[in-house]
Ligand binder design. Structure first.
Ligand SMILES: CC(C)=CCC/C(C)=C(\C)COP(=O)(O)OP(=O)(O)O
Ligand SMILES: [Mg+2]
Length: 491
């Protein structure tokens, strides 16, 4: 039996922009622009990342650790913004409060304005910051995410949390530390996902249990979705994450996967997400096929749960992102079959598809609201999403470097491809991959901040915050998952 409760339809946030109607800009540049962030961008970024301290790795002699609490490049004309709670935090009954009124935000004085900044920028910053900050004043402290962290979700019990020792940050990696994920939520998500994996989809044989626990998917998803109104919402993301990894492991990689015949397996599994519509004669065989192996059982069940909670356009967005992912798997497999090492830019193109993108792009469904399809489709939003996906995926390349080095055959990742194609030592190639990651992160943040300034619609702002939270949670999970990952000895 599915274990989700009633999620209800996604809440529709007010779409009243505070400025002139936002129009989609021209297609974004294909390269990462190297330009300073604007004042409103800097405010947006400052609001995203309240200061948090986590153990840091030893400083590198050649690569100074990138500051995790400051946006870069710095904007000297701006005062530091106070830390902001998440926009539209959940209320105690598990529903999501509507976003604050933009009209009121526009009229309110900007207490953080700095003399010397332009009036236009200041007004715009003010609106963005107030929208992001969520409700304030008497009676609203219960809406704070930090306060909610102690609240016990329903149906708690003993939970199989995976190991999650503190791990070092890759030296020089630009990232944002996060607060420790709510342990009560982590325990409950971990308990429920194990029950789903074992009882509902028979995901793994007994001997893989330790690896399942070691994956720590409960911690992962709680870290990545701090604004999820309920554990049921978190479960939507958690089931999909487990299913996506089951397909990757069992079809492509370590658990029996192979490039040989991958296209056929992936296409048939994809029909669990994007159903076959066929004749009465052939439909039963297709339906039966969805129960015939663990990856398909997992995709089918996770998608059924997701579709019940998502709007049709959110479900379709997810299907599209998964088709992208499967195309990326196929390119990686084709190169593995022929022993081809792509050029660095070709590798980055493949990795833009074989990518975490399907995970941050469900942030609105998991948050209980909807980013409308036309706003999701804007080229500037697409650029933000692509950059976020690329930065998070290169984080994986860096943290999984030694794991992949020790796996059979040659496993491509960014340091390996740079070393081969640019004739660098393993160490120099790894350090260059860190730089590539950092540039992608800065470009993501600049693009998100620009979009927030250009289109300060509540659902856009909340979605951008959700994607940024996913980026940070993803880094934290990689850093802390010392069961799965360890850093090379380059420093
Ligand atoms: C969760 C999801 C959509 C995964 C898609 C692709 C994927 C597994 C990654 C981007 C992670 O990369 P990789 O396959 O290298 O994973 P590990 O390094 O083995 O953890
Ligand atoms: Mg990897």
């Amino acid at each position: 039996m599915p274990d989700s409760g009633s999620l209800g339809p996604p809440t529709s946030l007010s779409e009243q922009p505070s400025g002139p109607p936002a129009t989609a800009p021209d297609a974004p540049a294909a390269t990462v622009p190297d330009r300073p962030v604007t004042s409103s961008a800097a405010h947006f970024l400052a609001g995203l990342h309240p200061p948090v301290t986590t153990p840091s790795s030893p400083p590198s002699p050649s690569v100074p650790p990138a500051s995790s609490a400051r946006p870069s490049p710095p904007s000297p004309s701006l005062a530091p913004a106070p830390s902001l709670p998440p926009a539209s935090p959940p209320v105690a009954d598990g529903t999501v409060r509507d976003a604050p009124d933009l009209t009121a935000a526009r009229d309110a004085p900007d207490l953080t304005a700095v003399p010397g900044t332009s009036a236009t920028a200041t007004a715009s910053d003010s609106v963005i910051r107030r929208v992001l900050s969520g409700p304030t004043g008497l009676g609203t402290t219960a809406l704070s995410l930090a306060r909610r962290q102690g609240a016990a979700p329903p149906d708690t019990g003993p939970a199989p949390c995976g190991p999650s020792a503190e791990g070092p940050v890759v030296p020089g990696l630009y990232h944002h530390p996060i607060p420790e994920p709510d342990p009560v939520r982590v325990a409950e998500v971990s308990r429920r996902i194990k029950r789903w994996a074992e009882d509902e989809v028979q995901l793994y044989p007994q001997e893989w249990e330790k690896q399942f626990d070691g994956f720590s998917v409960g911690r992962y998803m709680v870290a990545c979705h701090p604004d999820a109104p309920t554990v049921d919402h978190l479960m939507l993301a958690t089931r999909l994450m487990v299913a996506e990894n089951a397909v990757d492991d069992c079809y492509c990689e370590d658990h029996g996967g192979s490039p040989v015949g991958l296209g056929g397996r992936l296409l048939l599994a994809h029909t669990a997400l994007d159903h076959l519509h066929t004749t009465a004669e052939y439909a039963p065989a297709w339906r039966e096929s969805l129960e015939s192996d663990a990856p398909r059982r997992a995709y089918r069940s996770a998608m059924d749960h997701f579709v019940r909670a998502a709007t049709p356009s959110q479900a379709d967005r997810y299907r599209h992102d998964m088709a992208r992912l499967h195309m990326g798997y196929l390119a990686e497999a084709a190169w593995a079959q022929t022993g081809h090492v792509p050029e660095v830019w070709e590798y980055l193109a493949m990795r833009q598809f074989n990518n975490f993108r399907p995970c941050p792009t469900i942030t609105d469904t998991v948050g209980g609201y909807e980013l409308p399809a036309d706003l999701h489709a804007r080229p500037d939003m697409q650029r933000v999403i692509a950059l976020a996906g690329n930065a998070t995926t290169i984080v994986n390349d860096l943290y999984s470097y030694t794991k992949e080095l020790n796996s059979p055959g040659r496993h491509l990742n960014l340091p390996v491809v740079i070393a081969e194609r640019e004739h660098l030592s393993d160490r120099d190639a790894y350090l260059k991959a860190v730089e590539v990651h950092n540039e992608l992160m800065h470009a993501f943040e600049a693009a998100a901040a620009d979009l927030a300034a250009r289109c300060p619609v509540p659902s856009v702002l909340r979605f951008l915050r959700g994607v940024a939270a996913w980026v940070d949670g993803n880094h934290d999970w990689h850093r802390t998952n010392t069961y799965r990952y360890s850093l090379p000895d380059f420093w």
